[in-house]
Design a binder for this molecule. Structure first.
Ligand SMILES: NC(=O)c1ccc[n+]([C@@H]2O[C@H](COP(=O)([O-])OP(=O)(O)OC[C@H]3O[C@@H](n4cnc5c(N)ncnc54)[C@H](O)[C@@H]3O)[C@@H](O)[C@H]2O)c1
Ligand SMILES: O=c1ccn([C@@H]2O[C@H](COP(=O)(O)OP(=O)(O)O[C@H]3OC[C@@H](O)[C@H](O)[C@H]3O)[C@@H](O)[C@H]2O)c(=O)[nH]1
Length: 314
């Protein structure tokens, strides 16, 4: 099986590549423009005979022969996706069109990593896949959430019109080793802050909730979806729901009880609550997450301490 992973030099992508490479029958090709990803995340595979890394921007055509496409390429942290919003929406729309064009030409199955952000600031809680969402079409997050919504539309139009085999995962907040230290997302921010002994920056009101999935569970869910018979969309996430204040308290207790928790300003349109209904993933994929937040955080701490050069002092 020859497998293309777009965005494979990023956080989730590089863990997915590790898992796919475990199977000796797989050849893996990564296409990435290194906007938020890095070669470092793939260093153990560079030079491997079953692995290839291409510097490529998905907004341009890619002509290769593959059997499966995991299409992840897209900046995921709000700071990075808002940095160049026009580029973000091009990545979601033109990038997904290009990958669907490739899938059509070579007859490959394609999986899109969509997002819980398609539900916007949800009025239904928890969110089942049947919920259509509450999304601001002209806000600062729209390049990403509306971009992913169009990407989902394109996937289904290619499926209905051209018979392409599609899979759509709606990923909920995922964390783990290899997140960029300056990624800007909440778990990586709090862990880096706790290790450096800086105050944890909880954005107001602090009562907003998220549900955090450990990356190994996520990769397992994505592969099951790709290998199964269901197009999706299917929510993949951990239903354990926490307020940002609770998350900060957990990080403080587990990593550095001396740090303060500071309330800081928030950004527009921040969703107030988010929790996946994973009934479909359980029934159709036989999948559910195994790693609890309090077990996952210390695994991430180890990786962050190494990269920050701050060993744990007892
Ligand atoms: N991590 C999460 O919590 C989460 C939640 C929902 C959805 N997702 C989705 O999962 C995917 C991976 O997210 P991640 O957390 O690993 O983010 P990430 O930023 O670490 O990885 C994204 C990768 O895509 C690459 N990329 C960006 N634009 C590109 C372009 N135009 N052409 C080629 N490569 C490009 C980046 O360089 C990077 O390697 C994204 O599609 C994201 O939207 C992630
Ligand atoms: O330092 C911080 C950073 C963030 N936050 C809060 O933490 C919550 C989560 O913020 P993040 O930036 O980690 O991520 P968000 O949930 O907003 O978006 C994410 O959702 C799913 C994916 O598609 C993407 O990975 C990303 O868009 C927000 O309520 C934010 O206000 C803090 O309290 N402090």
């Amino acid at each position: 099986m020859r497998i293309l992973v777009t965005g494979g030099a990023g956080f989730i992508g590089s863990h997915l590549v590790d898992k796919l490479m475990e199977n000796e029958k797989n050849e893996v090709i990564v296409a990435d423009n290194f906007f938020t990803g890095s070669k470092d995340n793939l260093k153990k595979w560079i030079g491997h005979p079953r692995f290839e890394l291409i510097r490529h921007d998905v907004t341009e055509q890619l002509l290769i022969e593959v059997d499966q496409i995991y299409h992840l390429a897209c900046p995921a942290s709000p700071i990075f996706y808002k940095y160049n919003p026009v580029k973000t929406i091009k990545t979601n729309v033109i990038g997904t069109l290009n990958m669907l064009g490739l899938a059509k030409r070579v007859g490959a199955r394609i999986l899109l990593t969509s997002t819980s952000e398609v539900y916007g600031d949800p009025l239904e809680h928890p969110q089942p896949e049947s919920y259509w969402g509450n999304v601001n079409p002209i806000g600062v997050r729209s390049c990403y959430d509306e971009g992913k919504r169009v990407a989902e539309t394109l996937m289904f139009d290619y499926h209905r019109q051209h018979g392409i085999e599609i899979r759509i995962a709606r990923i909920f907040n995922t964390y783990g080793p290899r997140m960029n230290i300056d990624d800007g997302r909440v778990v990586s921010n709090f862990i880096a802050q706790a290790i450096r002994g800086e105050p944890l920056t909880v954005q107001v009101p602090g009562t907003q909730t998220r549900s955090f999935c450990y990356v190994s569970d996520m990769v397992d869910g994505l592969i099951r979806l790709m290998e199964g018979e269901n197009t999706g969309p299917i929510n993949i996430g951990n239903p354990g729901e926490f307020t940002m204040i609770e998350l900060a308290e957990n990080v403080k207790e587990l990593i550095n009880p001396k740090v303060e928790i500071n309330m800081v300003e928030n950004t527009p349109d921040d969703p107030r609550q988010r929790k996946p209904d994973i009934t479909k993933a359980k029934e159709l994929l036989g999948w559910e997450p195994k790693v609890k937040l309090r077990d996952g955080l210390p695994l991430m701490e180890e990786d962050f301490r190494q990269r920050l050069g701050v060993p744990k002092s007892n």
